[in-house]
Each structure stands twice: as structure tokens, then as C-alpha cells.
Design a protein around this ligand. Structure first.
Ligand code: ATP
Length: 618
């Protein structure tokens, strides 16, 4: 399969040759299992192919009658009869051809539909680990190009094999029935036909490969430089001209290759057409010799029929010779698709999962250890308890494992050892839907879908009324902004919410969580700097939230930390200090260091009184 998942022209790339899939019985059985539900339609297609192949060949046989019984016998009536018959047969063959292609497309589309649906469902069950370790482009390619490739395999490869084999067999039978000697002479030349096909193929192969690489490079440049963030980088570094030159030079290489490729095809076709005329000439020569010297009963019509039938064989032979490439490519594509299907679902509902009626959002970590990859321990022996209605702030240097820790609560990942309990039950024994519906996370990277503010809010509660939406937005401190927009709640947020500022996005996501109304609320504070007004607005939005429910804050700002009942200081995946701000600052440990280097100075204290914090001050 060429990079990018396209079905290229009929030659394998080096990569494809190297990674030829092993075609096993299991693989074939698995592929055919997708065809099984449609066996009736498939049978109909094969019948249609059979009829249309035979009918397409009939006019060649009728040509003999037209010549011998019509033209040479000078019988107008017979001539017209065979002409009409020949036309009718061609019409019927084409009619069946329409039915065949309809059925073909129908089957292919239905198989693709089944595969896409089941793949989408399967991918949705995959863990976060799968999405972080796989390239997003690869996942999309498999969902789109690879599965579309399956459709091509069915409409092209499979039917092409069936129809070419049937046409070849029928043509052979007809030729040998007409005149075995001339048939033999004509057919002997057919295998030799493979030689120019092969050698011309090799030449074209390397050009095709280069042009594929070129087109991948072009796609890469476009992807990089025409994306929102890519363009921003180009503009800010003033690289427009450099990027243009890079693009222009690959573009130029591409057209050179395309011209070369198209000319390679020309030579190839010229060679072929010269070669295809050798067979008929041989039949004319030997046929003429037999007719004139040995067997006067051999007619002009019979010779013409053989030539016509031979002409019909070249197409199928050529296609069958090239089908090997399609076949290998198809098998590779199925293997790639099956690879995804075979990836185990890491995080699943336990068969006896419990689903309590209500939730308090209490959390307990008991000696939890975790690693993303075997070679690196991320969390070590984490233990803490969060009671109903309380709030914990997690602080620590960047990369210490804070986000990882909270990811274990909604089971985005499962622990390596130890236990995470939600309302006293191990999360692995809880119903996943129950668990996740009771946890609300406002993450650092706020994700909004491209749509309106309303669409994004309704994602949390599809049946929310306008009053509920407005009330949530008010609480999240974002309603004032929405009111100012011409379209209000129907304002488009842009690609991934990029039309909004970081602070606005975060407040919308707070409103979204408010609508979800979870028992446990997790707030992963953005590390990126927000201006103090934005920050204050967010602060004002989350404070009432955490007051009324169980919550965890990953905090980077002192104002947030002060709102918590307990602070956990995480360093290198371990909880190194625990307590309240005032106690921790006095200890002179990791927290003090963090406080001195990172946390902001002017804040509102946990008792509601304004403090002016300066370095080292309590
Ligand atoms: P920050 O405050 O900068 O957000 P953090 O304390 O939340 O940092 P984590 O995101 O939990 O840190 O990351 C902890 C460590 O785990 C980091 O060293 C990071 O490189 C690693 N890590 C995070 N996600 C993955 C992943 N999906 N696969 C492998 N390693 C990861």
C-alpha cells in the first residue's frame, strides 16, 4: 500500500514488496465472512457476469455469419438478420452490464458500510493509550482510504478476476470449436504477450513510486503550512517566500514526473498495439494458406471469427497479468484493517459491573502505581482520600504526573497496581457509563467542536432548555460575553473553538460541565498565562462549583490552591507533601519552592479575606 493509503497504478512499491502480507487460509476466510451476508446478491452478480461475458463474445461469432452467409453469399435478408441479431445481443449484454455494476456497487457499499460502522464502534472502545500512541492521520486513513479500498477490491479486483476468467474461457471454447488449428496458432502467441507488459511495467513502476513520494511530500507541505497553527508559525516567522519556494519546487518535480509517467504509458501502449496485431496476422496467414492450398471449405468468415475472438482475449489477459498487484495490495489492505480490529479493548465494562443509583463523588487512591510504557514508572504508590463535598488541590512541577493521576479516575487508563475507588468501589468494578457520567473534567486543553456555543453546551445535556443554558453560562461567567455577540448562543466557535480566546473557551467548558452536573468535578488549570481579568472570571466561576461538590483541582495558581481543603504536592510521581497552604509553606520543602518560583502574588485567601502574598510570607 503506498503511503497515504491510495490505490496507485498497477505496480507495487518497494515497501509493498517488502511487506507482502502472508495470505493464509484464515485471512481469506475472514475476508469472505464479510461477503457472506450478501451471498445471494453475489451469486446474481456472478450469473450476470457469466451472461454478459458470453453475450459480449457472440457478436464476434456472428461476424463470421455476416461475412459468409450475408456478404459472400450476397443475401441481403441474411445480412440484415445477423446485423440486427448482433445489435440486439450487444444491447442485451450492455443491459446485463448495468445490472451487474448496480449489484456490484450495492454489495461493495454495504460491505464498506458494515466495516466502517463496526470499525468506528471498535475504535470508540479503544483506550486513551491507543489514541495517544497512534498517529491520528493513520487512524483516519484506515477508516477512510483503507476501507474505501475494500470497496474497490470488490468492485474491481474481485469482479475483474471473475469476468476476465469467464471471458477468457468462453473465448477459448468458441475459438477451439470454430477451428482448433487456427485457435492453437492464435493462442500460442498470447503468453508471449506477457513479456512487453512485464518489462514496460518495471520502467513505469519506478516513475510511479517517485511520483507517489512527491505527492506525499506535497500533501505534507500543505498539511503543515495550511493548518491554523502552521500558518500562524509561517506568518510570525515571515517564512511565506521560503514555504512557497519549497512548495513550488516539489510541484515542479511532480509535473516532470507526471509527464514522464504519461509518456512511459505511451511507449508501452505503442508496443502493445504493435504486438497485438501479430496474432491476427498469423491467423490470417496460416488461415489463408490452409484455405488456398489444403482445405477450400474453410471460409473467410471462420477466419474472421477467430481473429475477432483472439482480439477479445488480449484485454482479459492483460488485466489478469496486472491483477497480481491489485491482489497483493488488497490483501495488505485487509491485513491493515484487521490489525485494528484485533487490537484488544483495554478498558471494558466488567461483566458484573455495579451501577449505583446515585453518586457522592468520593475518591480514594490506595497504593496506586502506573506507567504508560513498561520502561518508565510515572506514578508510585499514590494514596489519598477525598471525602464528599471536599476539595483537593494537586500541585507539582510540570511533568510530575498530575494529569496522569486524574486520568485514572474516569478510567482513561487502568492502574498498574493498587486501587482507585469511587464512592468506595474499585473503578474497574463500576459501570463505565455510570462512572464517567458522574465525573466532569475541565481539562487544560479545552476542546470545543466546530459549531455554535449552543451545540457545544447541548453536548453535555441534549435536552437542556434555553433557561438552563443561560443559567449555566451565567454561573460560568461567560454569559456577559455571549450576550454581546450578534448571534448570542448561536455564535460559531470556529475550528476547534479557535475563534474564541483561551479564557472564553475554558469558561464555556465550565458551563458545559455545569450542565452535566457531575458528582465529582475535576479542574485541570491551564498553565498558559491568562490575563488577570480572565483569570479572575474563571476563578469566580469555579469557586461556587467546588464549594457545592466534591472536587479535585490541578492548580497552577495560588488563588485556586487556597480554595482547597487539602493540598497534595506531587513530585516525580509521588506524593511528597500533604496539608494546607500555611503549614506547607512553613515546611520549606517542594511546596515552598513551588510557591516561591511559580505562584502568583496577589490573591484572595481561603477565608475570603484578601492577602497580599510576597515571597516567603505565610
Ligand atoms: P503539566 O503540569 O505540565 O501538565 P503533569 O504533572 O500533568 O504536567 P503528566 O501529564 O501527568 O504531567 O505527565 C507525567 C509524565 O508522563 C510526563 O513525563 C509525560 O512525559 C509522561 N506522559 C504523559 N502522557 C503520556 C502518554 N500518553 N504516553 C507516555 N508518556 C506520557
Amino acid at each position: 500500500m503506498p503511503p497515504g493509503g491510495r490505490m496507485g497504478p498497477g505496480f507495487l512499491t518497494d515497501d509493498e514488496k517488502k511487506n507482502r502480507p502472508k495470505v493464509t487460509k484464515e485471512l481469506l476466510i475472514r475476508i469472505f465472512s464479510y461477503l457472506k451476508p450478501y451471498w445471494k446478491q453475489l451469486l446474481l452478480v456472478i450469473t450476470a457476469i457469466l451472461f454478459s461475458a458470453v453475450l459480449t463474445l457472440l457478436p464476434s461469432v456472428l461476424t463470421g455469419k455476416i461475412i459468409d452467409d450475408g456478404l459472400i453469399a450476397r443475401s441481403m435478408k441474411t445480412l440484415v438478420k445477423y446485423i440486427i441479431l448482433s445489435l440486439c445481443v450487444t444491447f442485451a449484454a450492455n443491459l446485463i452490464g448495468i445490472l451487474e455494476s448496480y449489484l456490484n456497487t450495492w454489495i461493495a457499499q454495504h460491505i464498506t458500510y458494515d466495516m466502517r460502522n463496526s470499525m468506528y464502534q471498535h475504535l470508540q472502545k479503544m483506550s486513551q493509550r491507543f489514541f495517544t500512541s497512534n498517529n491520528q492521520g493513520d487512524i483516519i486513513t484506515r477508516m477512510t482510504s483503507d476501507i474505501s479500498g475494500v470497496q474497490q477490491i470488490i468492485t474491481n479486483t474481485l469482479t475483474s478476476i471473475i469476468s476476465n476468467v469467464i471471458t477468457l474461457a468462453a473465448a477459448l471454447v468458441m475459438m477451439f470449436r470454430a477451428n482448433w488449428l487456427l485457435a492453437l496458432i492464435g493462442v500460442v502467441i498470447v503468453p508471449a504477450f506477457a513479456i512487453p507488459t512485464r518489462s514496460a511495467g518495471k520502467n513505469r513502476w519506478s516513475i510511479t513510486k517517485d511520483s507517489q513520494e512527491c505527492s506525499d511530500e506535497i500533501n505534507g507541505i500543505l498539511n503543515e503550512t495550511l493548518s491554523v497553527s502552521g500558518q500562524l508559525l509561517v506568518k510570525l516567522f515571515g517564512k511565506e517566500q521560503t514555504e512557497y519556494e519549497r512548495y513550488e519546487s516539489v510541484n515542479k518535480r511532480m509535473i516532470d514526473l507526471n509527464i514522464k509517467e504519461s509518456m512511459a504509458g505511451r511507449w508501452f501502449r505503442m508496443l502493445l498495439s504493435t504486438f497485438t496485431s501479430v496474432g491476427p496476422m498469423l491467423i490470417y496467414l496460416v488461415g489463408g494458406l490452409i484455405m488456398m492450398k489444403y482445405d477450400p471449405t474453410l471460409t473467410v468468415g471462420e477466419i474472421t471469427v477467430l481473429v475477432a475472438l483472439l482480439g477479445r482475449m488480449y484485454g482479459p489477459v492483460n488485466q489478469l497479468l496486472n491483477i497480481q498487484v491489485d491482489w497483493i495490495r488488497s490483501m495488505a489492505m485487509f491485513t491493515r484493517i484487521f490489525e485494528y480490529y484485533d487490537m484488544p479493548v483495554e478498558i471494558e465494562n466488567a461483566p458484573d459491573a455495579v451501577c449505583p443509583e446515585t453518586a457522592d463523588g468520593e475518591v480514594e487512591f490506595r497504593n496506586v502505581s502506573f506507567r504508560y510504557e513498561p520502561e518508565r514508572q510515572i506514578l508510585k504508590n499514590i494514596s489519598f482520600t477525598l471525602d464528599k463535598g471536599k476539595c483537593i488541590a494537586i500541585v507539582g512541577p510540570s511533568g510530575s504526573g498530575k494529569s496522569t493521576l486524574i486520568n485514572l479516575i474516569p478510567r482513561l487508563y487502568d492502574v498498574e497496581s493498587g486501587e482507585v475507588l469511587f464512592d468506595g468501589v474499585d473503578v474497574r468494578k463500576l459501570d463505565l457509563a455510570f462512572l464517567r457520567s458522574n465525573i466532569g473534567i475541565v481539562s487544560q486543553e479545552t476542546y470545543l467542536f466546530n459549531g455554535t456555543i449552543r451545540d457545544n453546551l447541548l453536548y453535555a445535556k441534549p435536552d437542556a432548555t434555553d433557561e438552563e443554558l443561560i443559567s449555566a453560562c451565567r454561573q460560568a461567567n461567560i454569559y456577559e460575553f455571549i450576550e454581546k455577540q450578534d448571534d448570542g448562543l448561536d455564535t460559531i466557535v470556529g475550528n476547534r473553538g479557535l475563534k474564541l480566546s483561551g479564557g472564553e473557551k475554558q469558561r464555556i467548558s465550565i458551563a458545559r460541565i455545569l450542565l452535566k452536573d457531575p458528582a465529582l468535578m475535576i479542574f485541570d488549570e491551564a498553565t498558559s498565562a491568562l490575563d488577570s481579568i480572565s483569570e479572575q472570571k474563571i476563578q469566580d466561576a469555579i469557586e461556587p462549583l467546588i464549594e457545592s461538590r466534591t472536587s479535585i483541582l490541578i492548580a497552577h495558581r495560588l488563588s485556586t490552591i487556597l480554595a482547597a481543603d487539602e493540598i497534595l504536592v506531587v513530585k516525580d510521581g509521588e506524593i511528597v507533601e500533604k496539608g494546607r497552604h500555611k503549614e506547607l509553606v512553613k515546611q520549606g520543602g517542594v511546596y515552598t519552592e513551588l510557591y516561591e518560583t511559580q505562584f502568583s502574588k496577589a490573591v484572595t485567601g481561603d477565608d475570603g479575606i484578601s492577602f497580599e502574598y510576597t515571597e516567603g510570607e505565610d
